[in-house]
Design a protein around this ligand. Sequence first.
Ligand code: G3P
Ligand code: MG
Length: 241
Amino acid sequence: MKIIAHRGASGYAPENTLSAFELAMKMGSKAFEFDVHLTKDKQLVVHHDYDLKRTAGSPAKISGLDYAELKKINVGNKFGFPVERIPLLEEVVDLISPKAEWINFEIKNDGGAYPGIEEALLGFIRSRPALSAKSLFSSFDYTTLKKLRVLDKHIALGYLGHNLRAVFLLPAIMRARAVKAVNFHIALRLASRLNVALLRKAGFKVCVYTVNEKAAALQIQKMGVSGIFSNYPDILSKEKK
Ligand code: G3P
Ligand code: MG
């Protein structure tokens, strides 16, 4: 079971910053997840929210700023880190590539917030041939997954269900199949033995987010999932259960 550094080692360093990814690498992570957005001047950047309220106390939206403006904002005032910037996607990829065996690009594009983000991301991936084989693309926005599949027959896709409930698992499986997703990512509350078995039987690799308790990680491991997204890359070696 892969332990996927969720937004980097975000339990110890400001999420989705170069420091968080650097720390995850130091902790031995080989699998990484981060969230991709597009600035006003069409630069791919890594951040979780669409705006900077939570990470910087600023109401600014990523879509409303050029990268030159965005990079002036401090999103790192946490865990004793004084200053951190929103990184460009290429900075994150350049940093983690030597160690990364598996990279999950989660595209934030609810309601088509970032027209052209799919082309921009595929353009970036194609500019780095070694990257495709270890990359997986997921999104809560189904239109984004459909578009990625139209643009590229071969890339690996991961289905992410928005507010998915167990009763909706079958329709979600149909949708995931329709875009030829190889992975199916589910929230921890849905990670029952039955649901995981159903998804595995349907042919998907299952990953669960976000698992931050060792006891939960050990329980899920027994279900045969392919990975867990955790803010704590050391979750399995932690003393506390
Ligand atoms: O990609 C897994 C997980 O990160 C999805 O939820 O909100 O943490 O991006 P979120
Ligand atoms: Mg994410």
